[in-house]
Design a binder for this molecule. Structure first.
Ligand code: 4AD
Ligand code: MG
Length: 477
């Protein structure tokens, strides 16, 4: 007897083989047809029971959500929509699921409701598809970098540095909450936080990755990242996963090439390897679109959007050119920008980014050479003295998916910048050592993994592409 899984059986034509299959009941119809799912695929397999030969008590326990084990033979199915089915010869209930209490009924549930049941939502078709895709994308990330000569570098999670200088850090504390050390004025002395040092959860592994790139050449991190920003949007999480490659001797052009090639490669991987899940999500979005007014419907299906990314070049535009476009555009009267850019030097708002990507260029855009004063301290200053070699990759429906730059490799220029921003140079002594000993041109970027999963699955809210989202409202599970 073969212990099998649904994905294998659905692709098999080895009829009349005896198999044992474990899984969870999705539906049970007419006392006869069980739709069984075991997580191996979006698709259920139909298991047909002969109710006349089964005892009444067991039949009653075949309810949505119950775990069962069936033994039977694989047969060609006469029913529509499936090639095979299992003719059940014996069935064991492994775990009951009381239908009066089980929250995930075979009907449409709102995403809000499912977020409150984050521990069970994975049992729905949509979350099964999204999380299998998330796993496949994660594999594709490691595959891409490994095949391209990168080393995976594990950045520390607890750190003393604020890589982005944005002050959005979660403090890590070993203070005794009942008896914390106090300053002279009676307030708590947080500088004693982590065994005597002030530390936080990392906002980016970049600075540490730079030190490794300056010896191993090409490295990447892929780990959890934390931002204590109180933004309640469909694009922000307090805990997210970031992929950060860092490459010695790469300039900004090389960095843009890497970002574009990397994104195309991981999307191609899932297009080729996750066909059923993508087809399901594609169809889900088509159905969702049909319920919207015509003007709000997407121009492309999910599959068309993913293929578009793989097949088309990203448009590369300098910040200065983008500002000119934004100044001269005639926004649709009904959808006027709330905030019109007049000043060179202002940061772009997400509505400007969306205009450039979705209305003007109608393709992914890489914006580069931003004003120095709106970007982080470590970016390479251009010869004009006012812009830095920064780049953001902007995606339709997502906005910023990648932020990166060529790094400032000149010690004196970096020290000057650190001084201007009132950063304590002593805290960055180790980082500055990379510029003291064997400095070289180098570049890297950070890609927010959840934003990539959002784009690939077409999910509207970032909270629905990570198992247990951490947001200002939600850290219960
Ligand atoms: O633009 P960011 O802040 O850049 C950095 O952290 C650099 N140190 C990266 C580097 O050069 N190595 O963040 C990079 C990306 C963003 O483009 C976005 O995709 C994602 O991380 N991101 C978030 N994703 C979800 N929730 C948040 N709160 C995010 N903040 C940034
Ligand atoms: Mg950014």
């Amino acid at each position: 007897m073969i212990k099998s899984n649904v994905a294998e059986l659905l692709g098999s034509d080895n009829f009349l083989q005896e198999i044992t299959l474990n899984g969870w009941v999705r539906t049970f119809r007419a006392n006869r047809f069980i739709a069984l799912n075991d997580g191996s695929t979006i698709n259920n397999i139909q298991c047909v029971v002969d109710f006349e030969k089964m005892d009444e008590a067991t039949l009653k326990r075949i309810t949505t959500g119950a775990a069962i084990s069936v033994t039977g033979t694989l047969e060609e199915s006469l029913g529509k929509g499936q090639k095979v089915e299992v003719k059940v010869t014996s069935l064991k209930i492994l775990g009951d699921s009381n239908p009066d209490e089980y929250p995930i009924q075979p009907k449409k549930h709102s995403f809000e409701f499912l977020r409150e049941n984050a521990h069970l939502r994975i049992r729905t078709n949509t979350f099964g598809a999204v999380m299998r895709l998330r796993s496949a994308l994660s594999f594709a990330v490691h595959k891409y970098f490994t095949e391209n000569g990168f080393y995976n570098f594990h950045a520390p999670i607890i750190t003393g540095s604020d890589a982005e200088g944005a002050g959005e850090m979660f403090n890590v504390s070993t203070l005794d909450p009942l008896n914390p050390p106090k300053k002279e004025d009676g307030t708590i002395d947080y500088s004693q936080n982590f065994f005597g040092k002030e530390t936080n959860l990392t906002v980016s592994g970049q600075l540490e990755a730079e030190t490794y790139a300056m010896a191993l050449g090409k490295v990447y991190t892929f780990g959890p990242t934390f931002r204590a920003e109180n933004s309640n949007t469909t694009r922000h999480l307090a805990e997210f996963w970031m992929i950060e490659p860092e490459v010695a001797f790469n300039n900004l052009d090389d960095n843009m090439d890497l970002a574009e090639d990397f994104i195309k490669s991981v999307i191609s991987y899932v297009l080729a390897n996750c066909k059923d899940d993508i087809a399901f999500l594609n169809d889900r979005l088509i159905q969702e679109d049909k319920r919207k007014p015509a003007i709000e419907r997407s121009e492309m299906t999910l599959i068309e959007r993913l293929n578009f990314i793989v097949e088309n070049n990203f448009k590369r535009v300098s910040y200065t050119e983008a500002i000119d476009i934004l100044r001269n555009c005639k926004p649709n009267k009904k959808k006027k920008f709330q905030y019109i850019i007049n000043e060179w030097g202002a940061d772009l708002q997400s509505e400007h980014e969306r205009f450039l990507v979705e209305k003007h260029f109608k393709c992914p855009v890489i914006l580069f050479d931003y004003p120095a004063n709106i970007k982080a301290f470590y970016m390479r200053l251009n010869e004009d003295g006012k812009t830095v070699r920064a780049m953001d990759v902007l995606f339709p429906g997502i906005g910023e998916i990648v932020g990166g730059s060529q790094r400032e490799e000149r010690l004196e220029v970096l020290q000057q910048k650190i001084k201007e921003l009132n950063i304590d140079e002593k805290e960055l002594w180790w980082y500055l050592d990379t510029r003291r000993f064997g400095t070289a041109v180098h570049s890297g970027f950070g890609l927010g993994f959840e934003r990539l999963v959002q784009f690939t699955t077409g999910m509207g809210n970032i909270r629905d592409v990570i198992p247990y989202p951490r947001t200002p409202q939600n850290a219960e599970f």
